[in-house]
Design a protein around this ligand. Structure first.
Ligand code: GLA
Length: 356
């Protein structure tokens, strides 16, 4: 039942003589190439691309608390299970995403008969949740994003003032890692966040992770989400972040890679009148340059970077067509709306050989 790493590495044989080599094969000596999937991606026209090009999957939503644990006494594993079964049948690794987050979490965790739950009750519920979910996928999911996005966007503080934090304080983070480690001592455990390459947020995340390491909390890696754009990160900021987090003895996964054509924004909004969402040749050039910069860095630091997961397969289904701006077309992935590989796909395919 286990799709162990040894078996997988044997499956993805790097064969230069094969003209039909895939991205996962080209990068197999360095790191995994994964993608986020939804139930529809294992049933629609993206499935052949998924089967062929990626050796690791992440459930885009189906393992999040709101999906898997909607009520205190109800677990719904069916949707995630069918995706896990797909991955096993097709010999792909499975990244678990995500155990504790302030979004896509049902309210019942935080309330007790109409009042805010006590810290004790919240941690008890968190423990039950983590033990049940991690045990269910023990031996199948080889790593977990244990805590997602706990560091605030506000640079004056470290911790995002979520209900987790307001009720349980910063301790909720270390407890989450301890429970996950207890449930599956073999699973690699990650802290996962966005904008980790921005120097000031990087330092706040570093402070949090250093504290965890100093307390011997069982954390093994950091997930850099990689929701980037043609404007950021710069090569220097990306490299500085990789080196800074690696200096803590953490491994690095790029967990949610997509490169937007637009500057980063958080608040959902409608398109401005006259706002243009056409892919020009100039924008595509910048998009290619940014992907090449990123993959050059990933290869340079492949001693610590062990997995690169795209947040989707085809532009047709990217969340960035809807967020933060509804119905603004975006072009962040390697396959276009017709499922064809873009020019950048071929450039990335050749990159490992060109660097030798
Ligand atoms: C965050 C989460 C992901 C996903 C994206 C939006 O990055 O970690 O699970 O919800 O937002 O698609």
């Amino acid at each position: 039942m286990c799709c162990g790493m040894v078996v997988l590495n044997a499956c993805v044989k790097h064969s230069k003589e094969n003209n039909d080599i895939t991205l996962a094969e080209a990068y197999a000596p360095y790191f995994d190439i994964g993608t986020a999937i939804s139930l529809h991606s294992i049933n629609n026209e993206t499935e052949p691309l998924l089967r062929k090009h990626f050796n690791s999957i992440t459930c885009e939503n189906e393992m999040k608390p709101i999906e898997i644990h909607p009520e205190e006494n109800i677990y719904r594993f069916e949707r995630a299970d069918s995706m896990v079964n797909y991955a096993i049948r097709n010999k792909k690794k499975i990244r678990g995403h995500c155990l504790i987050w302030h979004q896509q979490v049902p309210d019942w965790f935080f309330y007790d008969e109409g009042k805010t739950a006590s810290k004790e009750l919240l941690l008890k519920r968190m423990k039950e949740h983590i033990l049940t979910v991690v045990s269910h996928y023990k031996g199948l999911v080889y790593c977990w994003d244990v805590v997602n996005e706990a560091v605030d966007d506000d640079s004056t503080r470290i911790y995002r003032p979520t209900l987790w934090y307001q009720i349980a304080g910063e301790e909720y983070i270390e407890k989450a890692f301890e429970y996950a480690h207890f449930a599956d001592p073999d699973a690699l455990l990650f802290y996962n966040d966005y904008n980790c390459e921005r120097p000031e947020k990087r330092e706040r995340i570093y402070t949090l992770l250093k504290k965890l390491k100093d307390k011997n909390v069982p954390i093994h890696g950091i997930g850099l989400q990689g929701h980037w754009s043609i404007y950021e990160p710069t090569e220097k900021n990306l490299e500085d972040a990789i080196e800074r987090f690696a200096s803590l003895g953490l491994i690095i996964h790029i967990t949610e890679l997509d490169i937007s054509l637009y500057p980063w924004e958080k608040m959902p909004r409608k398109m401005f009148p006259g706002e243009n969402d056409t892919l020009t040749a100039e924008l595509e050039e910048r998009f290619n340059t940014q992907y090449l910069m990123a993959f050059n860095q990933f290869l340079k630091h492949s001693d610590v970077i062990k997995s690169v997961t795209f947040w989707g397969i085809s532009d047709k289904y990217s969340w960035l067509n809807f967020y933060p701006v509804a119905h603004r077309r975006n072009y962040p992935l390697l396959f276009d709306r017709n499922m064809h590989p873009k020019p950048i796909y071929y450039k990335l395919l050749e990159l490992p050989d060109r660097r030798k």
